[in-house]
Write a protein that binds this ligand. Structure first.
Ligand SMILES: Nc1nc2c(ncn2[C@@H]2O[C@H](COP(=O)(O)OP(=O)(O)O)[C@@H](O)[C@H]2O)c(=O)[nH]1
Ligand SMILES: [Mg+2]
Length: 477
């Protein structure tokens, strides 16, 4: 079988590599310690160890040709990923930020970017009802638990089942295993979570950052979430704006996994609101029908159909969403229960999903560049608008009156700017929001158009960024 993903592993290590040579931005992703792909995990060895180890190790093994390709990726250092980030960071500080500051882009459109915005790893968020296997899924990929508030108690004393999480946990790479409370992490300047303070202390007390050294976490950060409430009348039970938080994370994430359990297919009111809060990020959503090992093939067909049906009603996407069927458990698939077809299906589905996960770093890199370019364009338009408004102000008399007229007739002013600089109307900011912010300012104090600053940004877009992309690709050639 030609596997799309290459996955070899044992309890000690698991290697995810990309078998496509046309994906220059994708770094090699190694999970769970040793990255040696040459270690042979023979079927006979697996069958003896699979009882204990995760059933991940039962996945198809690496073919020779894929080994060759994965060796090629071994030469690609992680630093080539950071180099593009560093490049963008430098361009931002030298070329774009001055324009943003001069025309107060941060007050009108989006806060200034900080280093942590650039440095943040690609993120994957897991959403679903309570006990659909979100936490298990992460543990499955990490091949072990992640530190948390309950970690020492749980790992040390081995008492009872693991307590259920009622919190948002960001699982990320760190020098040692520890758990940092939300209140602390949200005020750390080198972390990209300061935006979460707007959700208040009620939320922050349910927010936690779990850090540990882990090869997979060097490339991807996971966001574990509390279960979406299942029944009606639930809104009052939350002490914070749950969907506001999921929406905030959705914007920052590169992939959103919606987990379902065959016994919990209903999409509750809160779940509907959560899905609505993901709007605009539909391309990031993947659906996982988890715990499929709990039912037989016939039931699975029914459940799959039912899930597609109910998703179709809430997801509002023109394409049919991809639903991955599987059992992302820390225990091996019970082959007697699911039968050989089930096992084979789960394995193939898991491969596909892992391929999707592996593609994240590459996609995240593309997304970053796209968003950076979009931001630069928006900052330019913003500068044109602000300087235009300034130009309309009289030199001496009637300043207050003119200011009011400009605010009232903002549509006309936008149209003038659009014509003068040949800009697409769709790139202009939301007029109501702009008007609202503008009314708090004295237009007369705005800066005139500084064409040199605009030129610098144009140079950046036309020359520096393409150059950066060109040199970034070199290590992979
Ligand atoms: N049969 C089966 N059980 C699973 C699977 N994934 C998770 N579980 C179990 O479901 C329970 C809830 O899992 P958990 O990860 O805590 O769910 P969460 O609330 O979504 O984080 C645990 O007892 C897991 O062992 C699966 O794929 N198959
Ligand atoms: Mg959980």
């Amino acid at each position: 079988m030609v596997a799309r993903s290459t996955l070899s592993g044992s309890a000690a290590g698991l290697v995810l590599t990309n078998a496509r040579s046309d994906l220059p931005l994708l770094p090699r992703v190694t999970v769970g310690g040793s990255s040696s792909t040459s270690r042979s995990t023979s079927t006979s060895r697996l069958s003896s160890s699979s009882k204990k180890s995760s059933h991940l190790s039962q996945l198809p093994q690496t073919s020779d040709s894929q080994l060759e390709i994965s060796r090629g990726y071994e030469k690609v250092p992680l630093s080539s990923v950071t180099s593009i980030v560093d490049g963008l960071k430098r361009l931002y500080i030298e070329k774009l930020k001055p324009l943003e500051v001069t025309y107060r882009f941060n007050d009108f459109v989006s806060p200034l970017l900080t280093n942590s915005d650039f440095d943040a790893k690609p993120m994957v968020m897991l959403l679903g009802q309570y006990s659909t296997g979100k936490t298990t899924f992460i543990k499955h990929l990490l091949r072990g638990s992640y530190p948390g508030k309950f970690f020492s108690l749980w790992a040390g004393a081995h008492i009872g089942p693991e307590p259920t999480t009622d919190r948002f946990v960001v699982v990320m790479s760190g020098p040692d295993e520890r758990s940092i409370p939300g209140n602390t992490i949200a005020v750390q300047a080198d972390m990209p979570y300061s935006g979460l303070t707007t959700f208040g202390t009620a939320f922050l007390s349910k927010f936690e950052c779990s850090q540990m050294p882990h090869p997979l976490l060097e490339h991807i950060t996971f966001v574990d979430t509390p279960g979406v409430l299942s029944g009606e009348k639930q809104r009052t039970q939350r002490s914070y704006d749950f969907t506001g938080v999921t929406s905030w994370f959705a914007a920052k994430c590169d992939l959103i996994l919606l987990l379902f359990d065959p016994h919990k297919l209903d999409i509750s009111d809160e779940f509907k609101r959560v899905i609505a809060s993901l709007r605009g990020h539909d391309d990031k959503i993947r659906v996982v029908l988890n715990k499929a090992d709990q039912i037989d093939t016939q039931q699975l067909m029914r459940v799959y159909g039912a899930l597609m049906w109910s998703l179709g009603k809430v997801l509002n996407t023109p394409e049919v969403n991809r639903v991955y069927i599987g059992s992302f458990n820390d225990k091996p698939v019970n082959e007697a229960a699911v039968g050989p077809i089930g096992k084979d299906l789960f394995e193939k589905e898991q491969e596909d999903l892992l391929a999707d996960l592996k593609d994240i770093p590459r996609k995240a890199c593309d997304r970053r560049i796209n968003e950076f370019v979009k931001r630069a364009r928006a900052a330019k338009i913003h500068a044109y608008i602000i300087s235009h408004l300034k130009k309309e102000m009289p030199a001496m008399m009637g300043k207050a009156k003119t200011q009011q007229r400009l605010i009232d007739n903002l549509e006309d002013e936008f149209a003038k700017v659009q014509r003068e600089f040949h800009l697409p109307a769709g790139d202009f900011p939301n007029i109501e929001h702009f008007r609202e912010v503008l009314s708090g300012y004295n237009i007369d104090k705005f800066e005139k158009l500084k064409s040199k600053m605009i030129q610098t940004v144009d140079d950046m877009l036309g020359y520096d960024i393409p150059e950066l992309l060109k040199s970034f690709k070199n290590p992979y050639e």
